[in-house]
Design a protein around this ligand. Structure first.
Ligand SMILES: Cc1ncc(COP(=O)(O)O)c(C=O)c1O
Length: 307
C-alpha cells in the first residue's frame, strides 16, 4: 500500500515527498533524526507508539546542536505522528523516522543558524532488526567512534552514520552480526545503533552518557526495568574491552534492535555462548512493556487506533 509522508507541513503521497539533490543535508550530512517504534497490539487492535514524546524531546536537543529552527512544538509533532500513523495504519510493527534537516540548496555556507531547517516524517513496517532469539555475535571495530568534539554522537546527526556504516560493514564482512565501537582510549562505547550493557556478578554496567554514546531511550527504559522489576542495579562507568570477554552476560539495546542478547565477542563465547538469565528476563519485560502489556508502564505508550 502506498504510504503517506509528512513533508513541508503537509501529508503527501510518497512519490511527492521529494527534495532537491542539492539539499544541504544530502550533500553535507547536516540533519538529525529519530527512530521510533510502534507495536501492534492484536487484543486492542491498536498500535502503541513507544515513548513518543521522549523521542521528540531528544530530536529537539539534537536540533540545538545543529542550530535547527523548528516551527513546531513537541506536542505538535506528537499529534502529527499519530495522524500519520492513522493514515498508514497496518496490523504490524511500524518504524517511524522523523528527520530534521538543513534544506537550503546552496554550495558551502556552513553557518548553521543561517541555513533553513525542514522536517519530514515517514513510516515503514519493521520486524526484528537483530536476532533477539538466538543472540548476536559481535566484533570490536577497528573504526574509532566519532567524538563529542568532532561529530557529537549525542545529537544523532545523519553525517555521523558514515562512522556507523564503516564499522557495521566491516563487522558483517568479517562474519559478525554487529560491531562494537571503542573510543580513542580503548573504552567500550556502544554498538553501531545500540547501547550496550554487560552483567558482572549480578550488576549491570553500561558506559556513562559523558562517554561518546547516544543517550538511548531504550537504555533508560532498560535501566528502569532492571531496577524496578528485577532489582538489578546499573552502574554507569567506562568499560574496558576485555571486560566484554570476561562478563557473565551482555546485551545490546535500541529502538531498532530492542534487546539483543550477545553470545560472543571477537570469537570468544560469553559464558556458555547462550543468552544469559538476566538478559532473557529483561528482554521479556521489554517486549511486554512496548506492547502496552504492563499497566505500570502504559504511560510510555501512545495508543493509535485505526480511523
Ligand atoms: C548510535 C546509536 N546508539 C544507540 C542507539 C539506541 O538509541 P534508542 O534506544 O534511543 O533507540 C541508537 C539508535 O538509534 C544509535 O543509533
Amino acid at each position: 500500500m502506498a504510504s503517506t509522508i509528512f513533508l513541508n507541513g503537509e501529508f503527501v503521497p510518497e512519490e511527492k515527498a521529494v527534495v532537491s539533490v542539492r539539499t544541504h543535508a544530502l550533500q553535507y550530512g547536516t540533519g538529525c533524526f529519530e527512530g521510533i517504534r510502534a507495536y501492534y497490539n492484536e487484543k486492542e487492535d491498536a498500535l502503541f507508539i513507544f515513548r513518543l514524546e521522549d523521542h521528540y524531546k531528544r530530536l529537539f536537543l539534537s536540533g540545538r546542536v545543529l542550530c535547527m529552527d523548528i516551527p513546531y512544538s513537541i506536542e505538535d509533532l506528537c499529534k502529527i505522528t499519530v495522524e500519520l500513523l492513522q493514515k498508514n495504519f497496518s496490523k504490524e510493527d511500524i518504524y517511524i523516522r522523523p528527520f530534521l534537516y538543513k534544506s537550503d540548496t546552496v554550495i558551502g555556507n556552513f553557518s548553521l543558524p543561517k541555513l533553513k531547517s525542514a522536517i519530514s516524517i515517514y513510516t515503514v513496517p519493521m520486524g526484528r532488526y537483530v536476532n533477539t532469539e538466538k543472540g548476536v555475535k559481535v566484533g570490536v571495530s577497528s573504526w574509532t567512534r566519532v567524538t563529542d568534539n568532532s561529530i557529537p554522537p549525542r545529537a544523532k546527526i545523519t553525517g555521523a552514520y558514515v562512522n556507523t556504516a564503516l564499522a557495521k560493514s566491516d563487522a558483517l564482512n568479517s562474519g559478525f552480526d554487529e560491531a562494537v565501537f571503542l573510543d580513542r582510549n580503548g573504552h567500550v562505547l556502544e554498538g553501531s545503533a545500540e547501547n550496550l550493557f554487560i552483567i558482572r556478578d549480578g550488576i549491570a554496567i553500561t558506559p556513562p552518557v559523558s562517554d561518546d554514546i547516544l543517550q538511548g531511550i531504550t537504555r533508560s527504559t532498560v535501566m528502569t526495568l532492571l531496577e524496578k522489576e528485577l532489582k538489578v542495579k546499573t552502574v554507569e562507568r567506562s568499560i574496558g574491552r576485555t571486560e566484554l570477554y570476561q562478563c557473565d552476560e551482555m546485551f545490546l539495546v535500541g529502538t531498532g534492535a530492542e534487546v539483543g542478547p550477545v553470545i560472543s565477542v571477537d570469537g570468544r563465547k560469553i559464558a556458555n555462548g547462550e543468552p544469559g538469565p538476566i538478559t532473557n528476563k529483561i528482554k521479556k519485560l521489554y517486549f511486554d512493556a512496548v506492547h502496552g502489556n504492563i499497566p505500570t508502564y502504559k504511560h510510555w505508550s501512545t495508543k493509535v487506533s485505526p480511523k
